[in-house]
Design a protein around this ligand. Structure first.
Ligand code: SAM
Length: 334
């Protein structure tokens, strides 16, 4: 079924065209800002959506007019048979704009297959280019594997975006190194403002740096020109071309300059909960509906419509005094 003519809108008139589907809450890393070791219990296996259920959800999403799907986690490649799932997805929906967000520690060896299957882009989370620091931030000495995966992804023709969480005093001394990486290779580097999501993370004002301040640091390393071509702006990221460089450098500013007015996202957690805003704790349980033959996808469709009626403005949720978000980023999928 082709769905390109359809437009799904929320109660504020925003077009909803992008689904972030978390395929697992498990991850092989313990990033200090996301899921520090032993702090977060995993979702029990029976509560995790089965691939067949995820295929049904993507089918519904497409039917509703959602063209872009991102698989996230936890770590997508930590889930068994993820490549088989991706093959089924692309086999069933060859026109799907499918992307992945991954820490890339298990990606090497797969980019050529992903490209052949029709995956368009990989977002690779990598907060530092220093091996020892990488081990400290993530609890795992895997930077070499990540660098290999980046090279392979570029060689396979995938669009590559490197996402780094901006951590003041931890990786802000490497902004210039990341600019140089984006000069050398045809990839986008994006620094994301550190968000106060989850109980166990180390968010403190001292560790936070604004996107604007990261950009200033980047400007010290190269001449940057704001990307204005609407097809190349890269969603919420403010991307910049780099004089004499192959790639681009950008920042994502969910806190200092939120982009809630243009938010086009729906999120489904690995245990099948629909979230219409990263910062709101409000979740809609889809799994029991999917698993009840009397309800199934028609009821899921109704719940999505209901949830979209008041998809919040996240910056209001984040206002001082509001209840902080309790679920970990690793459980929501970022
Ligand atoms: N494991 C995959 C990965 O590493 O990309 C996907 C899941 S991860 C939760 C998705 C994204 O969320 C990553 O880019 C990660 O850096 C980002 N993230 C996690 N916690 C964050 C926080 N507190 N603030 C900003 N970004 C965060």
């Amino acid at each position: 079924m082709t769905t390109t003519h359809k437009r799904l809108r929320d109660g504020r008139g925003r077009e909803v065209s992008y689904l972030r589907l978390s395929v697992t809450d498990r991850c092989n890393l313990n990033c200090m800002y996301c899921r520090p070791k032993d702090k977060v219990p995993f979702i029990p296996h029976p509560d995790i959506l089965r691939y067949e259920e995820m295929l049904d959800l993507v089918s519904l999403a497409r039917d509703l007019g959602i063209a872009k799907v991102r698989l996230t986690g936890g770590e997508p490649f930590a889930r068994r048979d993820i490549m088989v799932f991706i093959e089924s997805l692309m086999g069933r929906y060859p026109e799907l704009d499918l992307r992945l967000t991954t820490n890339a520690t298990m990606l090497a060896g797969k980019p050529a297959t992903l490209a052949a299957l029709g995956v368009s882009a990989v977002n690779i989370s990598c907060d530092t280019l220093d091996r020892e620091k990488y081990a400290r931030i993530t609890g795992n000495d895997r930077l070499d594997a990540v660098r290999r995966a980046i090279d392979e992804s570029l060689a396979a023709g995938l669009r590559v975006k490197i996402n780094a969480v901006a951590l003041r005093g931890i990786n802000t001394d490497e902004v210039a190194d990341f600019v140089r990486l984006a000069m050398q290779f045809p990839l986008d580097v994006r620094f994301i403002e550190f968000m106060p999501v989850g109980d166990g993370n180390l968010w403190k004002p001292e560790n936070y740096i604004s996107a604007q301040d990261v950009l200033e640091l980047a400007r010290g390393a190269a001449e940057l020109t704001l990307e204005t071509n609407p097809h190349e702006t890269g969603g919420p990221a403010k991307m910049h071309r780099i004089a004499g460089g192959l790639g681009r450098f950008g920042v994502i500013s969910p806190l200092s300059d939120h982009f809630c007015a243009s938010c086009n996202r729906l999120r489904i957690t690995a245990d099948g909960k629909l979230r219409t805003c990263l910062f709101s704790e409000r979740e809609f349980k889809l799994r029991p509906l999917l698993r009840n033959p009397k309800l199934g996808l028609p009821m899921v469709r109704r719940v999505i419509a209901l949830a979209l009626r008041d998809k919040p403005l996240g910056y209001e949720v984040l206002n001082p005094g509001a209840t902080p978000e309790a679920r970990e980023m690793s459980a929501i999928g970022g």
